[in-house]
Design a protein around this ligand. Structure first.
Ligand code: ZN
Length: 77
């Protein structure tokens, strides 16, 4: 979903994680569109479909890497 502002759009790449525990998968180099108006980043419908594909096939598409996973301890209150 792209907002109404759509000012100063720029393309970038980001890394996101999906799932948790043994279902956790980290996807790098996800293409995103960054909106300079609201400072939100968006992915296209095509990218969302590809992400879905990667998540469903993470066992075959993913490579096991040693990563540090930190857990945020403090609550928002
Ligand atoms: Zn925006």
């Amino acid at each position: 979903m792209i907002c109404a502002v759509r000012r100063g759009l720029s393309l970038g790449r980001t890394t996101k994680s999906f799932g948790r525990g043994s279902n956790l998968v980290v996807v790098e180099n996800i293409p995103v569109v960054h909106c300079g108006g609201c400072h939100e980043s968006y992915i296209t419908a095509e990218t969302a479909r590809e992400l879905d594909h990667i998540r469903k096939n993470r066992r075959s598409l993913g490579k096991a890497k040693r990563v540090l996973v930190a857990s945020f301890k403090k609550s928002a209150a």
